[in-house]
Design a binder for this molecule. Structure first.
Ligand SMILES: Nc1ncnc2c1ncn2[C@@H]1O[C@H](COP(=O)(O)OP(=O)(O)O)[C@@H](O)[C@H]1O
Ligand SMILES: CC(=O)OP(=O)(O)O
Ligand SMILES: [Mg+2]
Length: 413
């Protein structure tokens, strides 16, 4: 049985075609179930989109303009059904498409995509402007193109349903939560759930206190206890928490009326700017992509250095809150495009935390691969702590698609 998983990130489109036949708890690595995978990076940055596809032994990288996620989804279908290199004769060979959908508001969980689900997502467009519209567009396109193929939305908020009330409620006026669903929802649920599952395997225990740092185009931290989310940095919308690639992160709403008076701009204009011209891009005045920021900072660009510093300070501030909330931390896990690749960010986040029992080994940080015997490790995994560190520090490449595939299968059956 084949499931295609579509992961539309704020800056990327990733997909995996997975064979989910047989017993999923059996000892087959999730990676061995992948028949094809592809990724388009830097979507919207039309001149430089990088498109990568791997189908069996065929691997191809190209650069082409990919202005939006619709073009990326179409390119994925073309790759999979390509007569020469593709692995599908017909899309009907796929049993379902699972989406790592973001904000369903009143719909938090995993659902077959129908008019009601699309409506619930559309209601949250204003709350998730970088995420919900492309998902709705992709789902609508695929529903038209393959009317008999089940589409499943696995919303990112579901993993956070276990967060206690005291960490979900905003101190808002009466009725806002009940009437308008104003609360901390949390996102990146599939990634944080995968980290919870994989870290339990690597640590050999299910009761560890873990801080999962998903750092990418969008970034969030989640505190995990006994496998459950108990605290997270994103709130009502994926614009909150840490500074995002081009979205603001935490911000004071009372700055808005002042900004309207002083700039003469409307509320919509200002919100649009906060959701597309803020975050790392806003501070650096250069780029929302950490690769660009790191290299500019290394060549002495002060604004890029400030963007990097603000990002790291925000991660450390939230991490501190999570350590207190859990009464300690057994493992810190870095994942996502930045968490997996930036030794600069990992090193800065863990700096001077020896008194808390958190000690990063700089050599392992710049070369963590190979710290585990290959038979125990998935690609890219490794630990980074010193021998004396009480807290383990890991890089674990996320596998959001595996979680979405399992959740999709759950809905089908
Ligand atoms: N080698 C690298 N060094 C530093 N940052 C990187 C590297 N590779 C990727 N990134 C960062 O990862 C981000 C993409 O992360 P990803 O988790 O794929 O994002 P999303 O799913 O939100 O689109 C890029 O914006 C870039 O900042
Ligand atoms: C919130 C979310 O799902 O973020 P992204 O897909 O951009 O990582
Ligand atoms: Mg992502």
């Amino acid at each position: 049985m084949l499931i295609l998983v579509a992961n539309l990130g704020s800056t990327s489109f990733k997909y995996k075609l997975l064979d989910v036949s047989g017993d999923l708890t059996a000892d087959v690595r999730p990676d061995d179930r992948v028949l094809a995978r592809g990724a388009v990076e830097r979507i919207g940055d039309a001149s430089t989109s990088r498109c990568e596809v791997t189908i069996g032994d065929y691997h191809h990288v190209s650069e082409m303009p990919v202005p939006d996620h619709g073009v990326a989804v179409q390119a994925c279908l073309d790759q999979l059904t390509d007569p020469e290199h593709g692995c599908l004769k017909d899309a009907a060979e796929v049993s379902a498409i699972g989406f790592k959908a973001v904000h369903g508001g009143r719909k938090s969980g995993t659902f077959l995509v129908d008019d009601e689900v699309l409506e619930a997502m559309a209601e949250m467009n204003a709350a998730a402007p970088a995420h919900n519209p492309p998902y709705i567009a992709a789902m609508t396109l695929l529903r038209e193109r393959f009317p008999n193929l089940p589409l499943v939305a696995a919303f990112e908020t579901e993993f956070h349903d276990t967060i206690p009330e005291a960490r979900r409620a905003y101190a808002t006026p009466p009725g806002w939560r009940e009437n308008y669903q104003v609360q901390k929802w949390g996102f990146h649920g599939s990634s944080h759930r995968y980290i919870a599952e994989r870290a339990a395997e690597l640590l050999g225990r299910t009761d560890a206190r873990i801080i999962s740092c998903h750092l990418g185009g969008s970034s969030s931290l989640t505190a995990i206890q006994n496998g459950h989310s108990v605290m997270t940095t994103m709130g009502m919308t994926p614009q909150t928490g840490l500074p995002q690639n081009n979205r603001v992160g935490d911000f004071d709403p009372f700055a808005l009326p002042l900004l309207m008076q002083r700039s003469g701009k409307s509320l919509d204009e200002l919100l649009g700017e906060l959701a597309s011209q803020g975050g790392l891009k806003g501070i650096s005045e250069k780029s929302g992509d950490l690769r660009d920021i790191e290299s500019a900072a290394a060549s002495g660009d002060a604004k890029s250095q400030l963007a990097l510093d603000v990002y790291v300070e925000e991660i450390r501030r939230h991490m501190g809150g999570m350590i207190v909330a859990m009464g300690g931390v057994d493992a810190i896990v870095f994942t996502g495009g930045i968490g997996e690749n930036s030794d600069v960010v990992r090193s800065a986040v863990c700096k001077n935390l020896g008194s808390l029992g958190i000690e990063l080994d700089e050599q392992r940080n710049s070369n963590h691969r190979g710290s585990l015997p290959p038979e125990n490790a998935n690609k890219g995994e490794g630990y980074l702590q010193t021998e004396n560190s009480r807290t383990q520090i890991w890089v674990i490449p996320t596998n959001e698609e595996w979680i979405v595939a399992k959740r999709t299968l759950g809905v089908l059956s």
